[in-house]
Ligand binder design. Sequence first.
Ligand code: NAG
Ligand code: NAG
Length: 315
Amino acid sequence: MAPQRRGAPKAPEGSGAAERRRPSSVKSARAPREVWSKWLRAAVLGTCATLAALLLWGSLGGDEVGTEVLAHRGEVLSGRFMEVPCSEDYNSHRRFEGCSPTRCGRGVSDTVITRDEALRIRSIAEKGLALGGSGGGASILDLHSGALSAGKHFVNLYRYFGDKIENIFSEEDFQLYRDVRQKVQLAVARAFGVSASALHLTKPTFFSRINSTAARTAHDEYWHAHVDKATYGSFDYTSLLYLSDYLEDFGGGRFVFMEEGANRTVEPRAGRVSFFTSGSENLHRVEKVRWGTRYAITIAFTCNPDQGIADPAFT
Ligand SMILES: *[C@@H]1O[C@H](CO)[C@@H](O)[C@H](O)[C@H]1NC(C)=O
Ligand SMILES: *[C@@H]1O[C@H](CO)[C@@H](O)[C@H](O)[C@H]1NC(C)=O
């Protein structure tokens, strides 16, 4: 669940705030002196609690009002899930019983993919992206289609290199990619109570590399708030696997779920998987990267078998 550190509307566990705010007039039958000392004690305790909360908040790096951290970079989460009501976005698409979202929400786990797997898969991204790269700050590599950012456009690596692609990527690279994709698929299926075999990988599923260089084309503008299902109709469940660490490898670049009254951030961490239903219940954006380089993979799933894509493989 979301850490309710501040501004929680429903006064969560352990919060004495509601008690403290209650008018003391009901206790007027007591001796005034006793009431006074009780009040004083409550006030002192309240002040201490507030100071402690502020210190904790400050040390955890929370700085913006209305922002809550859903997953902190220092945490190792074995699975945190926050349910949100489904939007109606899925109704305007063909529904697949037992797969199309009926339980919506978002989750984060640091135990699906190991840090080692994340770093090994990042080296695949580095290798591929070194062959091209956008002139703006955001480059992508899609191992399924072969699309690679190059200047203001994209090239197709597979068409460009032909058979020689085997000198760039190895069978082990593709095997690792498939294994990681499969683990993420199982985790997404489990979290939303659907069968993993009902989920199909869909496009675009791609590596992203983002740095602080200014955008040159619309393709580089990754920071706008958006709804995945509105952008890509096939998406039902979106997942992200982070391949670098917030504040170690880059600054900015946090993922933000945008809600009225509260923005909830996921701080990237190598090996961290975050996943969510793709409709407007999960409007989100990525903050601009301010320094360093941020690597991630977006892995998308659809319930519609006709919109499925195959894993990368040498043919
Ligand atoms: C959430 O983020 C958006 C864009 O960054 C901002 O305009 C909005 O005020 C934020 N909401 C809250 C409650 O802080
Ligand atoms: C960001 O990446 C691009 C390649 O995509 C590169 O040309 C540029 O120099 C990089 N900028 C920084 C600040 O490292």
